[in-house]
Every structure is written in structure tokens, then in C-alpha cells.
Design a protein around this ligand. Structure first.
Ligand code: NAD
Ligand code: G6P
Ligand code: MN
Length: 439
């Protein structure tokens, strides 16, 4: 069986150890000869990388491992780039969340003004990775889950239309895991779904088991009462649990479908703002918990010289990354939800929008499946949100303050152009080291 070389871009990510463990667990179907890490923050990456070096030496000494900040060394001779960078890291995520909240608006990593601000930082970072890949390993594929995926995907569609980049999100996978549990199935792989929307903005229209039986009625009955909180104990943190529970009210708006949890930010922004502490947001929770936990586990492993010394958890959700890599590597034609150009898949929607829909994935890339017409409610919401995403990319390309103001004004989370302008001015100041200068 052929063996592959991958570079993980954003090697210093809190998700890197979980992804390495997941790659190790999947050696039978996606065998590796080399793993490299790349990050532009060498000190942050070193902690994670030295711990992963120990892990790899213990569990798979045959896999070569290296890490660094030099793009040429990192991107040369690889088959896949797995990208999860966060330009500006958690301190900027904190700003993305807290600045809109100061103006009474949803403060969220990928939705509303926070997501727009993050998009303005991410576009350049992700394009740089695409360019390194094309320069040093022109046959490689990039599997990108750097956020905000919707804006990043629109930027690559516009600016690198021929790049071999696939944008993907784990939220539908997490929700489908819960749906499977609700329907009494062992795994989401025992379901076949139809779904359409934008990233963090979509709906399931059909869920069946592999025999073709409709599972929607059972799942809906549960969602109508508990959202996506399953009956048995769930491991989710409190803030995530609220999001899964709130899916009940999101669902109520269109009982024909089942919604992505992220729609709560657009459909119930008043509720979200009222239930957020503007002094302590998700970024603070993540810094206090996941980041602290992962980095102290890595430091303990490095100090002791063996992996028993720190607890690193495998990222089970991330097996979709292996599914995607094997689909390309071995032409599996697996059916997966990807963020791809619409090009008529949703017939009554902008052909030039990046949409999240089922695709068959093989060695030549994704083949999107036909969705057909969508209802007016979804068409209206999606049209507005796609315009926001396109305006952000245009603002980035043209360095346009005006277009960014329009983008923020158009976001369904923002009540008026004056509030949009006040938020934008604060975001400009906070992002001066990251955004292109606007005129
Ligand atoms: P993190 O801050 O812990 O890690 C990100 C790493 O990227 C940092 O080490 C940082 O130094 C590095 N980085 C920043 N800019 C870079 C650049 N220009 N070049 C190279 N490296 C750079 O963040 P995290 O919470 O672990 O998340 C990582 C990313 O994965 C985020 O974008 C997050 O939103 C995304 N994510 C996406 C999904 C999805 O569903 N698509 C799921 C989980 C996480
Ligand atoms: C889900 C989404 C990601 C997002 C993440 C945030 O997985 O699909 O796009 O980055 O949640 O999780 P966090 O724990 O960092 O708030
Ligand atoms: Mn996502």
C-alpha cells in the first residue's frame, strides 16, 4: 500500500495532538511515511511538536517526523497539507467576540462581525499556505478547516480558482453523531443524508438509514423537545450544551428540515446576546480549558520523556479528515459534505456561491450532488449571508472600508448601519497588525 507524507499547517494548534493520534489510529487505511508540522509561531509549535515526537516514537517509529517554521522544508515533497491555522490566535478571537458584544451584537468566532474580522485576518494566511503548496508540492491537496471556512472558501474560489483545496467543517459531523445516537444507531456512518446550505448555515432535508428508512420523524420528535441533546449523558461543555439545546427553537422555524446549530446566531441573536457574558466569552473558556490542558499535557510528556505523563485525547471527529484524504488517495468515492462552488447544484441559487452540500469524493476531487430548488425562506437567508461573505472578500481585495461596512451592515446579526460602523471602527483599531490597511 502506498504511504503518504503530510504537513500539518498550524502545528501549534490545540487540535494537533488529537489529529496526530487520530492519524495513528487510521494507519491501516491511510498509511503515512512522514508527518511534518509547520507554524509561524515556532515557540508555540515546539511544545506540541516535542510531545508529538515522543508519541510518534512510541507508537509508530517508522513514520518520519520533523517540524519548523521554514515553508520550503515544510511544504516540499508532501501529498497533503492539513491546514488549521488561526491568524491572530486566541487573543484576537477574544477581540472578535468582545467588540461586537460591546455594541449589543452577537460576538462569535465565525458568525456576524467577529467572523468577518477573523475572515479579514485569515484570507492572507490561508492564501499563503496555498501558494507554498503550489510552489513546493504542486501535486498535493490541501484539506482546509481553518476558519472562518465560508469566507476562506470564497476567497480561494475568487483568488485561487484552480488550487487543489478542499474546505470542510466538522459541525455537521458532530450533529450527525448526535442524530445517530437519537435514532439508536451506533454511528453516523449508518445514515445517509441530504443537506444544503453555507458553512455554519445549513439544513438537513433527509436522513435515512442504509436500508433507506426515513429517520427524520424520530429525530424531529426528539429535537422538538430537547434539541440535539441526547437522552444519555453528553460530554459537552455547558456553552456547547446550550447551543445543542437551542436547536429546538431553530428547528421550530422550519419543521420540514433539521438545522445546523450555528443558525441560532442569525435567528436568535437577541437571545444569544442576552445569554453571553461580554467580559468572559468562548475564547476565555477555550484559553482556560482546552489550551491550558493540551499545553500542560504536552509539557508534562516532554519533561517525563514518555506519553503516559500527560493526557492527550484522540479527536474522533477528525476522522473525517482521514475519510477525505483516503477518498482522494484511493478514489473511494465517499459521500461527504464539502464547501464547494454551487454551479447549479442548488438550482435556484447563485451559481458562484460557495455552498455546503453532499459530494462524492475521488482522486480528481469532489463531484457535487444535485440539490434542486430550495424554499424561499432558506434562499432569502442564504442570499443575504453569501452577499456578506462576498463583500468581505471584495473588501479584502480592494482594501475597501466601504465594502466592509456594507458587509457588516448586511449581516443579519447587526441591527443598523450606524451600529455596523461603530463595530467596524473598533475592529479596524484592534486588527491593525493583521488586516490590510483600508481606504
Ligand atoms: P490555535 O490558535 O490553538 O492554533 C492555530 C495555530 O495556527 C497557532 O499555533 C498559530 O501560531 C498558527 N498560525 C496562525 N497564523 C498562521 C500562519 N499565517 N501560518 C502558519 N501558522 C499560523 O487554534 P485552534 O483553536 O486549535 O484552531 C485552529 C483552527 O482550526 C482555527 O481556525 C479553528 O477555527 C479551526 N477549526 C475548524 C473546524 C472546522 O469545523 N472547520 C473545527 C475545529 C477548529
Ligand atoms: C465547531 C465548528 C468549528 C469551530 C469550533 C469551535 O467544531 O465546526 O468551525 O471552530 O466548533 O470550537 P471551540 O471549542 O474552539 O469554541
Ligand atoms: Mn466549522
Amino acid at each position: 500500500m502506498k504511504k503518504f507524507s503530510v504537513v500539518i499547517a498550524g502545528g501549534g494548534s490545540t487540535f494537533t495532538p488529537g489529529i496526530v493520534l487520530m492519524l495513528l489510529e487510521n494507519q491501516h487505511r491511510f498509511p503515512l511515511k512522514e508527518i511534518k508540522f509547520y507554524d509561524n509561531d515556532g515557540a508555540r509549535q515546539e511544545v506540541i511538536a516535542e510531545a508529538c515526537r515522543i508519541l510518534l516514537k512510541e507508537k509508530a517509529p517508522e513514520i518520519a517526523f520533523s517540524y519548523g517554521t521554514d515553508p520550503k522544508a515544510a511544504f516540499s515533497e508532501v501529498d497533503f497539507v492539513m491546514a488549521h491555522i488561526r491568524v491572530g490566535k486566541y487573543p484576537m478571537r477574544e477581540q472578535d467576540e468582545k467588540i461586537p458584544l460591546r455594541h449589543g451584537v452577537v460576538g462569535q468566532e465565525t458568525c456576524g462581525p467577529g467572523g468577518i474580522a477573523y475572515g479579514m485576518r485569515s484570507i492572507g494566511g490561508v492564501l499563503e499556505l496555498v501558494d507554498y503548496m503550489e510552489q513546493y508540492s504542486p501535486n498535493a491537496w490541501m484539506l482546509n478547516y481553518s476558519n472562518p471556512a465560508a469566507i476562506v472558501a470564497e476567497a480561494t474560489r475568487r483568488l485561487r480558482p484552480n488550487a487543489k483545496i478542499l474546505n470542510i467543517c466538522d459541525m455537521p459531523i458532530g450533529i450527525e453523531g448526535r442524530m445517530a445516537q437519537i435514532a439508536g444507531l451506533k454511528s453516523r456512518k449508518e445514515m445517509r443524508v441530504r443537506y444544503y446550505g453555507l458553512n455554519h448555515f445549513g439544513w438537513w432535508t433527509r436522513i435515512e438509514d442504509l436500508a433507506g428508512n426515513d429517520l427524520m420523524p424520530t429525530i424531529k420528535e426528539h429535537v422538538a423537545r430537547h434539541g440535539y441533546v441526547p437522552n444519555s449523558a453528553s460530554h459537552a461543555e455547558a456553552s456547547w450544551n446550550d447551543t445543542f439545546a437551542k436547536a429546538r427553537d431553530v428547528w421550530a422555524l422550519d419543521p420540514d428540515t433539521l438545522p445546523n446549530t450555528y443558525l441560532k446566531y442569525y435567528l436568535y441573536p437577541d437571545y444569544v446576546v442576552a445569554h453571553t457574558n461580554p467580559e468572559h466569552t468562548r475564547a476565555n473558556e477555550v484559553m482556560e480549558h482546552r489550551e491550558k490542558q493540551v499545553f500542560s499535557a504536552c509539557r508534562a510528556i516532554v519533561k517525563a520523556g514518555h506519553s503516559e505523563a500527560g493526557e492527550l485525547e484522540i479527536d474522533e471527529h477528525a476522522s473525517y479528515i482521514v475519510d477525505l484524504a483516503t477518498a482522494i488517495a484511493f478514489n473511494t468515492q465517499e459521500r461527504m459534505l464539502l464547501i464547494v462552488p454551487n454551479r447549479g447544484a442548488i438550482s435556484n441559487f447563485d451559481p458562484e456561491a460557495m455552498v455546503e452540500i453532499p459530494c462524492l469524493v475521488g482522486s480528481s476531487g469532489p463531484e457535487p450532488l444535485q440539490v434542486g430548488n430550495i424554499p424561499l425562506f432558506q434562499q432569502g437567508l442564504m442570499g443575504q449571508q453569501v452577499a456578506v461573505e462576498k463583500l468581505v472578500v471584495e473588501a479584502w481585495v480592494e482594501r475597501s472600508y466601504q465594502k466592509l461596512w456594507q458587509a457588516i451592515t448586511l449581516s443579519k446579526t447587526v441591527p443598523s448601519a450606524s451600529v455596523a460602523k461603530a463595530i467596524l471602527d473598533d475592529l479596524v483599531a484592534a486588527n491593525k497588525d493583521y488586516w490590510p490597511p483600508l481606504q
